[in-house]
Design a binder for this molecule. Structure first.
Ligand code: ADP
Length: 374
């Protein structure tokens, strides 16, 4: 019987696991949040992932559980583990992707380079941190943020007054130094429960309004030292935190050539979509191999360059589907991936991958193909 992999969450990341699962001969099942989700094709159950009984019913028929997102509560994850369910990544690892304060504290223990940071409970503590850091900082809500939501640049404690006021007893916000980065990078690694680990080349990510817009793989003009440092950081975090499956480490590169960790994702990640078409083993296949404890695949790029451009929002008029044939006809080298989502301003509804030996060409074609969906 095929190994049954249960994915909690029915978004585009679960959707993009479907084809690799078929190819690997795995039986993929998805617990979706509702009807009509991206991963509908594999959705065997619909329900609330915060409800332990819903999740218990779903995992009854699977051999291993993994995730499309990091929001499953620790109590639910720990109940599954106590029930004897194989959960990858497990709760001990996942907590560091669920709470940015818990992550900062653990990375400090591991000696991983990161921005200066503090947990602040009130305006006085926040102002003290800002005073020590040229009067500026980045305040983050520790939990539940994504795509730049829950991240705010502040110049005084007053700028975070609403978030401070909403804190419950004992709760804190994370404040970080405002890093003068020259660019953002991402390092992905995959790790199996048995400990095998592989690393992808470090990539450059371009954010617009806090949302990933483009990725170039590998990161252009990356010195050997940088490549090695980034890979070393990825490997030591995966091992230090006991991550199983794909790990993405978002990084800042500073003008004095330091690499600092921004945040972690323990699942396939937008920064790795290029690998679907640009690497020997794409991140969705790799994630499945890792959580199923199968031998990991080669991470080598298949071309000198790969470029990923997100399709954000979708067309102002007409449907995404109407734009397809035009994009395909004009750009046969572009690999267009859609998520089966209704267009909404700023929403990630698909992406385009283009690989080749000329970076400028690849960027041009990927942007031009993605522009068909504007
Ligand atoms: P999210 O969880 O919403 O993705 P991040 O912590 O990744 O939030 O922050 C979103 C973006 O905000 C980052 O990609 C980066 O551009 C900017 N940012 C975050 N932290 C800092 C920082 N300490 N210094 C400078 N810019 C930052």
């Amino acid at each position: 019987m095929a190994l049954r992999v249960g994915v909690i969450g029915g978004g585009q990341l679960a959707r993009m696991m479907i084809a690799p699962a078929v190819e690997l001969g795995l039986d993929l099942r998805v617990l979706a949040e509702g009807e009509g989700m991206s991963a509908d094709l594999a959705a065997t159950a619909v329900g609330d992932y915060r409800d332990i009984e819903v999740v218990r019913a779903f995992v009854k028929d699977v051999d291993v559980v993994t995730f499309d997102h990091e929001h499953v509560p620790q109590a639910v994850l720990r109940a599954l583990v106590a029930d004897g369910v194989a959960v990858h990544p497990g709760p001990d690892a996942l907590q560091f992707a669920q709470d940015k304060l818990v992550m900062r504290a653990r990375l400090a223990e591991l000696g991983v380079p990161q921005p200066d940071w503090a947990a602040v409970h009130d305006g006085t503590e926040l102002q003290a941190f800002l005073d020590d850091h040229d009067g500026r900082g980045v305040v983050k809500t520790p939990r539940g943020g994504y795509d730049g939501k829950g991240v705010r640049v502040v110049r005084s404690a007053d700028d975070a007054q609403d978030w401070l006021a909403a804190l419950g007893d004992g709760e804190a916000l994370l404040v970080e130094e405002l890093v003068p980065f020259v660019r953002e990078l991402a390092q992905q690694v995959a790790r199996r429960p048995s400990g095998e680990i592989v690393a992808y080349p470090v990539v450059e990510t371009v954010q617009r309004d806090g949302v990933c817009a483009e990725v170039i793989a590998p990161a252009p003009a990356a010195a050997d030292r940088l490549v090695q440092v980034a890979e070393g950081i990825g490997r030591s975090i995966a091992e230090g935190l006991g991550v199983t499956g794909m790990l993405a480490v978002e990084l800042f590169e500073t003008d004095d050539e330091r690499i600092l960790v921004n945040e972690l994702a323990m699942r396939p990640h937008n920064s790795g979509h290029w690998s679907q078409d640009g690497a020997v083993t794409g991140q969705f296949e790799q994630h499945l191999r890792a959580v199923a404890d199968l031998p990991l695949g080669d991470t080598a790029p298949r071309s000198q360059w790969s470029v990923m451009v997100n399709i954000l929002g979708g067309p102002r008029e007409g449907s995404l589907g109407e734009r397809f044939a035009g994009a395909m006809a004009e750009h046969p080298a572009a690999k267009i991936h859609t998520y089966g989502k209704d267009p909404r301003p700023g929403r990630k509804v698909g992406h385009v991958n283009v690989s080749g030996d000329d970076l400028d060409d690849a960027v041009y074609v990927a942007r031009a193909a993605a522009a068909h969906f504007d």
